[in-house]
Design a protein around this ligand. Structure first.
Ligand SMILES: Cc1cc2nc3c(=O)[nH]c(=O)nc-3n(C[C@H](O)[C@H](O)[C@H](O)COP(=O)(O)OP(=O)(O)OC[C@H]3O[C@@H](n4cnc5c(N)ncnc54)[C@H](O)[C@@H]3O)c2cc1C
Length: 355
């Protein structure tokens, strides 16, 4: 295990913030990961996990140990009459994994093409796009349970028995919801090391997202590869490439409101962009387009120093050069306040703040 100090994270976060980890280690297997957590616990220092940094706002300095997830490997492990079961290491690049599943004949994840990041981070916020969510094809998530590490450390001197610290959490216990899961609610509780996918053998095109349906108006039976290609093409046009303009994709969730709030807003703002959301306890709910709310506040293209609202999509905040995490959070607060004053709607942030 190679623990480095004062390690630059600038290339490990899609905003490109200048940030340094006090200590940094890249873990390539379960053993390294357990050692890393035990090292941090013994030194009584905080720790955090970093995948490819495409959904984080990093501060200038991350105290303690930053653990970079680099556990690789992907394979078909079994199949039933109805499903393919595929294991993928947490460090694998998500887009490459999606591409591989299609090439190998296990289509189903194509709507989620080109989402940056690692496969281990996919269950954290239940990544979703173009009418699909990762949770729909996740069977279970293998994690290091950090409570168990503390217990085994207290009970034995140095216990490197991997088995007793690991858990496989079935999908039903992951509390997957819109950009949410048990993992997202407590980032210190589990470290995801592998995800098992259950991909239905009976493939069906998912064209529930209007933009995708429009794209295939002239092609009534697109293949998974066609959908993959279309998603890649559409996404590339809409979102800035982090390699050219630092960003973390959508910076805010689309807020979900009840029927009464929706009706009031719709009366006052006739152009309100919204979609029906799943009912909550039998009550109707609506998802509002956060980008539209921000745009209506005149903030599209708004800029403070090197922090800005992307000129083509107000939901995306961008780093024009040498912005810092703290400055981006100040801009985000200004946006939240402005939207609250105009619409009475509270926006919540999607990327996680580290530390
Ligand atoms: C241009 C762009 C477009 C995007 N589009 C979408 C989109 O369409 N849909 C969508 O859902 N998201 C989107 N995102 C957000 C991002 O791609 C996803 O959230 C992705 O899953 C993050 O993966 P990562 O490896 O970069 O995670 P990181 O940013 O490194 O980490 C995110 C959080 O998860 C934690 N974490 C990471 N790995 C692990 C692990 N193995 N175990 C425990 N905790 C872990 C980290 O501590 C952190 O809190 C977009 C981002 C960008 C830059």
């Amino acid at each position: 295990m190679n623990i480095q100090s004062n390690f630059s994270l600038q290339k490990l976060n899609s905003f490109g913030f200048l940030s340094h980890a006090e200590y940094f280690v890249s873990v390539e297997n379960e053993h390294d990961l357990l050692n890393a957590i035990e090292f941090a616990n013994q030194k009584k220092m905080p720790w955090q996990v970093l995948g490819s940094g495409s959904n984080v706002v990093l501060q200038d300095f991350l105290p303690g140990l930053t653990i970079h997830m680099a556990i690789f490997g992907k394979k078909l492990v079994s199949e039933s009459a109805t499903h393919f079961y595929i294991d993928c290491g947490a460090g694998e690049n998500w887009h490459e994994f999606v591409k591989w599943t299609i090439e190998e004949g296990y289509p189903g994840l194509e709507n989620l093409a080109l989402i940056p990041g690692t496969t281990g981070a996919a269950p954290i916020q239940n990544i979703g796009a173009y009418g699909a969510e990762a949770a729909s094809m996740i069977d279970s998530v293998e994690v290091l349970d950090t409570k168990l590490v503390l217990e085994t450390q207290a009970n034995t001197e140095v216990d490197l028995n991997i088995q007793q610290n690991w858990q496989v959490i079935p999908k039903e216990e992951c509390a997957f919801a819109y950009r949410d899961s048990i993992f997202k609610r407590d980032l210190q509780a589990y470290v995801v090391t592998q995800v098992r996918f259950a991909i239905p053998k009976k493939w069906q095109a998912n064209l529930s997202y209007a933009e995708l349906a429009n794209y295939f108006l002239d092609n009534k039976s697109p293949s998974a590869q066609d959908i993959f290609d279309a998603v890649v093409m559409i996404r590339s046009k809409k979102l800035p490439d982090p390699a050219l303009l630092g960003n973390a994709g959508s910076f805010f969730h689309n807020p979900i409101v009840d029927l009464a709030t929706y009706t009031q807003l719709k009366e006052k703002f006739t152009g309100l962009v919204s979609y029906p959301a799943p009912d909550l306890l039998g009550e109707k709910q609506f998802k509002l387009a956060a980008g539209w709310l921000i745009d209506q506040c005149g903030l599209k293209g708004y800029r403070v120093g090197d922090c800005g609202v992307y000129e083509k999509q107000a939901l995306v905040l961008v780093n024009h050069g040498t912005a810092k995490g703290s400055e981006m959070l100040a801009l985000a607060n200004h946006i939240k306040q402005t939207v609250l004053e105009k619409f009475g709607v509270t926006l919540s942030q999607e990327p996680n703040n580290l530390p």
